[in-house]
Ligand binder design. Structure first.
Ligand code: SAM
Length: 237
């Protein structure tokens, strides 16, 4: 299944299993802090206890306590290994209901959002991966930019790759959380050291006024991803 092989599947799980402990601590901490802030500042005040996780995979990036905090979870991911591995990483607590849709999200998300709510949606480090399966990069970039219009009136969040590239193994410390300019040119100047840096086509995913944070993810010894995270409440965007 090309959709899975390019952005997930066995290769992704092996990478996560291998590098999560030695290299990902900073990324996992920043992601956990982002998701906990989203819950505390947006979901809990709105009484939202149901969540759709798009690109759920095995939940390698999600904090277990945060996953346990929802009454109802719906997962979307075509990866056949994802449900079993997610259950291992995040055992289902008593009282929480779970359902899986092993499809591309465009095929199921509209029907899921029509269910009685309120629901929130998390794009779980997926949107920056869509360029890897894209047949037409310009069309993919436009689709990504339109997503916020399709989700208008919805509580949603995304953390996704903005840029990625080579990272010298001689420099163990990647720069910490960035505030300040976040256009691609400034980010490339701040992070890129050598080689070709990849634009993940996600610079217009979040509405321009959405609060966001940017943080590095040393995904492998010689590779750095720059992750952008932000949420949108129904009155925003
Ligand atoms: C790089 S993984 C990241 C997953 C997750 N953030 C984690 O930490 O485990 C991207 C996931 O998105 C899934 N995926 C790719 N295209 C998708 C689509 N169109 N709809 C839903 N899931 C998709 C892949 O199968 C893969 O599991």
């Amino acid at each position: 299944m090309a959709l899975v092989g390019q952005t997930g599947g066995l290769g992704w799980h092996l990478k996560a299993w291998r590098y999560r402990r030695p290299l990902w601590a900073g990324y996992l901490q920043q992601t956990a802090s982002f998701l906990e802030d989203w819950s505390a500042q947006s979901l809990e005040p709105a009484g939202i206890k149901r969540l759709i996780i798009v690109g759920a995979s095995a939940g390698w990036s999600l904090p277990p306590q945060w996953v346990r905090s929802f009454d109802e979870l719906v997962f979307i991911d075509p990866d056949p290994l994802a449900p079993w591995l997610f259950g291992r990483n995040h055992p289902q607590p008593p009282g929480q209901s779970r359902a899986w849709h092993r499809r591309a999200f465009a095929q199921v998300l509209p029907q899921l959002l029509a269910k009685p709510g309120p629901w929130a949606v998390l794009f779980n480090n997926l949107l920056g991966q869509l360029r890897l399966t894209s047949q037409d990069l310009q069309a993919t970039e436009s689709e990504l930019a339109r997503l916020k219009d399709q989700l208008a009136g919805q509580s949603w969040a995304s953390f996704h790759d903005r840029l990625s590239g080579d990272w010298s193994q001689a420099r163990p410390q990647a720069p910490t959380l960035l505030t300040g300019p976040h256009d691609n040119a400034a980010l490339t100047r701040a992070y890129a050291q050598s080689g070709q840096w990849l634009d993940h086509l996600t610079s217009d995913v979040l509405p321009p006024d959405a609060p966001r944070r940017l943080y590095p993810w040393r995904i492998a010894p010689d590779r750095l991803h720059l992750v952008e995270a932000g949420w949108v409440a129904p009155h925003q965007g």
